[in-house]
Design a protein around this ligand. Structure first.
Ligand SMILES: Nc1ncnc2c1ncn2[C@@H]1O[C@H](COP(=O)(O)OP(=O)(O)OP(=O)(O)O)[C@@H](O)[C@H]1O
Ligand SMILES: [Mg+2]
Length: 407
């Protein structure tokens, strides 16, 4: 039947079928009644608050009863108190004012501290860049960091996880911030503040990604050819961030799995780098090749300015210690990269990958929906990673990182 069709027509037909199916699926997923953004983040128990703020459980209970300005919380069946993410922020500030939180436990910038900018970087697809960025952002936000997440992937899966779809909703995206001026239409870049969207997590704002980021790549090449003036591509992100330098403690970049001018611009703007390595990537040859490429990317940047990071760290993702091959490779990497590997791995867990095969941020799931041991294992993994990243930021701010002690 299809014999008469040109190959291009056949492909176009497939494209239309898939396009329609995807549009239907999206409409279902983002139907008003299923939008995550319409419901706030869940409430957290006093024990969870004590973990997030790194205050001993018994001390926190006492502070909640005695210090002025503490939030009421919500009493749930069993007469236990629960707190919203906003209330956790309020508790943080009350504790700080009352002198109960020393600098090493206060995840906000103090005068003179530079904005921390973390790029989650690996040119390989599917190594958990987005899952890691989202979970890390949520853990750090709950402990008090004010975070701006910038989604540089045209697939915009980070933005999707926060229910923000610039392309579908016609919202400005990172493209509109980074784009070049068009002499014909008179259109030019917008200030980053106009592209920032609040999310349902109080301490996380986002500059959404969009398909049009591919335009940025064309425009940059065209700009090279025409030799036009204007801000060079590698400085576009760091220049844009100047406007919000005082607003956020931490900027997190989620990057696409391919080299692009936008990635180089993020690498230039960053002050720290986290490289997720999945077991699938652990053939060491491809890791060495990737690092070689990363080094030459850095050289491009360093032609303009020396670049020194506060830290570059590797983290194993989708890690399964029960797989002997992974265990062997993990110990190989640990022995060679020693101090540069985070000591916590992002464990593999199907429990958090839902039917749509997208990862749910852990803090959005009620712990009761898991087997207790499963939840604890994932929580420990992500909280450990967040603590290690927090320690790096604290060091960059000249503070002695906080060591957790058991309650
Ligand atoms: N720790 C994990 N356990 C189980 N599944 C995971 C884990 N981390 C990620 N996944 C799943 O693996 C897939 C790829 O993860 P993710 O999208 O985070 O990777 P990525 O590096 O951002 O991919 P891309 O390169 O396409 O941007 C997703 O389906 C995600 O749900
Ligand atoms: Mg991704």
């Amino acid at each position: 039947m299809a014999a008469g069709l040109l190959a291009s027509e056949q492909l176009m037909n497939f494209s239309e079928i898939i396009d329609t199916a995807l549009a239907q699926q999206r409409a279902l997923l983002h139907a008003p009644e299923s939008r995550k953004s319409d419901t706030p983040l869940r409430l957290f128990s006093v024990r969870e608050v004590s973990h997030a703020l790194r205050v001993k459980y018994n001390s926190l209970r006492q502070y909640l009863n005695t210090l002025d300005g503490m939030p009421e919380g919500t009493v749930e069946p069993g007469n236990r108190k629960y707190f919203s993410a906003e209330e956790i922020n309020q508790i943080l500030e009350v504790l700080r004012k009352a002198g109960k939180l020393e600098d090493s436990r206060y995840p906000r910038r103090l005068p003179g501290d530079p904005q921390a900018r973390l790029v989650v970087y690996n040119l390989k697809g599917g190594v958990s860049k987005t899952s890691l960025s989202v979970n890390l952002a949520q853990f750090l936000a709950l402990s008090g960091y004010k975070i701006l997440a910038i989604d540089l992937d045209p697939q915009a899966s980070f933005s999707d996880m926060f229910d923000i779809q610039a392309d579908v909703e016609g919202l400005p995206s990172i493209y509109d911030v980074l784009r070049y001026s068009d002499a014909d239409s008179g259109e030019g870049p917008i200030p980053i503040t106009q592209a920032i969207q609040a999310t349902y997590v109080p301490n996380i704002d986002i500059v959404p990604g969009s398909m049009s980021m591919t335009e940025f790549e064309f425009e940059t090449s065209a700009n090279f050819r025409s030799g036009s003036e204007g801000t060079p591509f590698h400085r576009r992100i760091s220049d844009a961030l100047e406007m919000v330098d005082d607003t956020y403690d931490l900027v997190i970049f989620d990057t696409p799995p391919h080299m692009s001018f936008a990635v180089i611009s993020a690498v230039y703007a960053a002050t720290g780098m986290l490289i997720p390595l999945s077991a699938g990537m652990l053939d060491v040859v491809s890791l060495a090749k990737f690092l070689e490429l990363a080094a030459s990317t850095m050289q491009v940047v360093e032609q303009h300015q020396d670049k020194r990071y506060d830290f570059i760290r590797f983290v194993l993702t989708r890690y399964s210690a029960s797989d002997p091959a992974q265990l062997q490779l993990s110990s190989f990497l640990r022995s060679h990269l020693s101090g540069s590997m985070l000591s916590h791995d992002f464990v593999s867990s199907t429990a958090v990958a839902d039917a749509g095969n997208t990862m749910n941020p852990l803090l959005e799931l009620p712990p009761s929906s898991f087997h207790r041991r499963t939840y604890d294992r994932i929580f420990e993994s992500l909280s450990g990673i967040a603590d290690e990243v927090d320690a790096e930021i604290m060091r960059a701010w000249g503070r002695e990182p906080f060591q957790r002690e058991a309650d």
